[in-house]
Design a protein around this ligand. Structure first.
Ligand SMILES: Cc1cc2nc3c(=O)[nH]c(=O)nc-3n(C[C@H](O)[C@H](O)[C@H](O)COP(=O)(O)O)c2cc1C
Length: 185
């Protein structure tokens, strides 16, 4: 393998794309794509880690309310996600593409009816690094398309059934489901 040097960036921290849903101070729902999303643990429970930069509306809404939804973007949702990432709620309500919105099942957060996988997240702690803020969140509720088998720790989950958009700087779809841990011993 002959490699060549490239500028360092995060493009190999490849992410499924999520739309973060928040309410503003007037109860208006706002969604924006945030792909800096990961997981960690506090020793007892899992935490979902969501990172945002700048003065975007989503960040301000999370700072105020302490909660958000994270709605997985499936391939049919890509035009909506691309649109929601191209405009800021700071400049007015994003009404360019219609999207059906419900309230979370456990938390007071807006969720997208079209999404096949939704986290409802309560912020436990946040850390500021320069222009960015990273929120460590407790998943208070998870709902998944009822047709998709979903076991403990995601075992047996065939991600291809959720048809997620994968983001690395460009948009991709997922390849094949290859098996589970231990299938290759
Ligand atoms: C594919 C994609 C991924 C993005 N990922 C992030 C991210 O991880 N963190 C972030 O702060 N902004 C991210 N953005 C930028 C916001 O979505 C964008 O600034 C949006 O307009 C913010 O809207 P708001 O002001 O209504 O919150 C992303 C945008 C796109 C299109």
């Amino acid at each position: 393998m002959k490699r060549t040097s490239r500028p360092g960036n995060h493009s190999m921290c490849v992410q499924p794309m999520f739309l973060i849903g928040t309410y503003d101070e007037n109860g208006k729902a706002n969604f924006a794509p945030i792909t800096w999303l990961s997981a960690t643990s506090d020793g007892e429970r899992y935490l979902i880690v969501v990172s945002m930069f700048g003065g975007k509306k989503t960040r301000r809404n999370v700072q105020r309310s302490g909660k958000m939804s994270a709605n997985l973007v499936s391939v049919p949702m890509l035009p909506l996600a691309d649109y929601l990432g191209s405009f800021s709620g700071n400049d007015g309500e994003k009404q360019g593409l219609s999207h059906a919105v419900s309230k979370g099942e456990k938390l007071d957060v807006p969720t997208l009816d079209q999404s096949p996988f939704v986290y409802e997240l309560a912020v436990e702690k946040s850390v500021v690094t320069g222009e960015s803020e990273t929120f460590f969140c407790r998943p208070e509720h998870v709902s998944v398309d009822e047709r998709v088998p979903f076991g403990e720790m995601g075992k047996g989950l065939d991600l291809t059934m959720l048809d997620p958009v994968i983001y690395s700087g460009d948009y991709h779809t997922l390849g094949k489901h290859l098996g589970t841990i231990g299938d290759f011993l």
